[in-house]
Design a binder for this molecule. Structure first.
Ligand SMILES: NC(=O)c1ccc[n+]([C@@H]2O[C@H](COP(=O)([O-])OP(=O)(O)OC[C@H]3O[C@@H](n4cnc5c(N)ncnc54)[C@H](OP(=O)(O)O)[C@@H]3O)[C@@H](O)[C@H]2O)c1
Length: 360
């Protein structure tokens, strides 16, 4: 018996014990609305009633090319906000309790598309360490933008060896560059770098400069200017800053970020956390190491990092208001039935300082 049944509309009555999902039935096909059985959380899992799902570039690649999918049908998506419905028998005491409004990182790609764990459904399982409570003042829409961006930002810091407890003062004159500071990952990286006490420099399209400054960047540069590297180096020299570390958060992998670090570092080897894909042709610059952003391995190390990020850091920074959800949420109307439309738009490119999402 198939473990799902296709439906023609999201308003088709749902049988007892099932829920609505947008499923990927085969590689490269559009998502299909289905009813499927609602799973029961394992010992360390939460079952979440999903209220909003935000989209990330990896969702497009999963739908189109089957990236990180081991079998079909699959369910895609990482970024959710909703309410905890039930918890497994062994979730840690720091995990949000049933009834709590949360933002959570669904593990669609870690679980290779396993349908119980993808975001694009009304009920989803997440590991207990992947969820953080959200204050009443933070909407589900805004909260759904956070999990991928926040976890990827922290994965970047651990990838380049920047300690969690980093704390500089202005007198230290330590700069950090975020290339792509107006995007989803970059706008969070700007905010965290500010909290570390760095003087934050960022790049963005000119129309986003004021926004990126509002998040904590002291100077923002237009990456479309031909002389942008020289401009950044000149500014840092004026400000008396060294830049040993940068976060590269744009879809393309290029050399400019490495060139800035080479010109401004005071350590022997400067570091660039590279969120964009890398291969053997990726640019290389002597004295600067670009490392692809990855969550810690093995699994226990990743779980420890996620516990720190969601149960401790994100919970605290949302409660204090030090972290603001970024960039700007844009709802694609139509709920799960509009997931294909949202993914088509994201795949086309050209979205700037916005995160697409659907409400459920
Ligand atoms: N390694 C990982 O684990 C991981 C996890 C998540 C995401 N990623 C990758 O990280 C990248 C960024 O993701 P995102 O969701 O943050 O994307 P996003 O929200 O679309 O942000 C893209 C950023 O790049 C800037 N940008 C766009 N085109 C550019 C160009 N030609 N030159 C310089 N800057 C440019 C944008 O600036 P303006 O809009 O101001 O022009 C914006 O700041 C993607 O490649 C994504 O696949 C990796």
């Amino acid at each position: 018996m198939a473990s799902y049944s296709e439906v023609t509309s999201s308003s088709t009555p749902i049988p007892e014990g099932q829920h609505l999902a947008a499923m990927l039935l085969s590689k490269g096909s559009p998502l299909t609305l289905c009813h499927r059985p609602t799973p029961i959380p394992g010992p360390n899992e939460l079952l979440i009633a999903v209220h909003a799902v935000a989209f990330n570039p990896v969702d497009c690649y999963q739908r189109a090319y089957g990236l990180f999918i081991s079998s079909y049908p699959a369910i895609l998506g990482s970024d959710i906000a909703g309410v905890v419905l039930s918890a497994g028998s062994a979730v840690p005491a720091s995990a949000p309790l049933p009834g709590t409004r949360v933002t959570a990182f669904a593990t669609a790609f870690f679980e290779q598309g396993n349908p119980d764990y993808g975001a694009l459904q009304t009920r989803v399982l997440v590991p207990a360490e992947n969820a953080a409570p959200i204050p009443d003042a933070v909407s589900f829409q805004d909260a759904a933008m956070l999990p991928m961006a926040v976890s990827t930002t922290w994965a970047g810091w651990s990838t380049v060896g920047l300690p969690r407890e980093t704390k500089y003062t202005p007198a230290d004159k330590k700069g950090l560059l975020v290339w792509g500071g107006s995007g989803s990952v970059g706008s969070v990286a700007v905010q965290v770098a500010r909290m570390f006490g760095f003087v934050v420099y960022a790049t963005a399209s000119e129309k986003n400069h004021a926004y990126v400054k509002s998040l904590g960047a002291s100077r923002v540069f237009d990456y479309k200017n031909a002389g942008v590297v020289e401009e950044i180096v000149r500014a840092a020299k004026e400000d008396g800053l060294s830049i040993d570390v940068a976060y590269h958060a744009t879809p393309q992998n290029f050399k400019e970020t490495l060139d800035v670090v080479k010109a401004l570092k005071v350590v022997e080897t400067g570091k660039v956390a590279m969120a964009a894909r890398m291969d053997e042709n990726s640019p290389k610059v002597e004295g600067v190491e670009a490392k692809f952003v990855l969550n810690p391995e093995p699994l226990e190390a990743r779980k420890e990092q996620f516990r720190f990020v969601f149960h401790d850091w994100l919970k605290g920074k949302l409660a204090s208001g030090e972290l603001v959800p970024s960039p700007k949420a844009r709802v694609v109307k139509g709920g799960l039935g509009s997931a294909n439309e949202a993914l088509d738009e994201l795949m086309k490119g050209g979205i700037s300082s916005e995160k697409l999402l659907v409400e459920i």
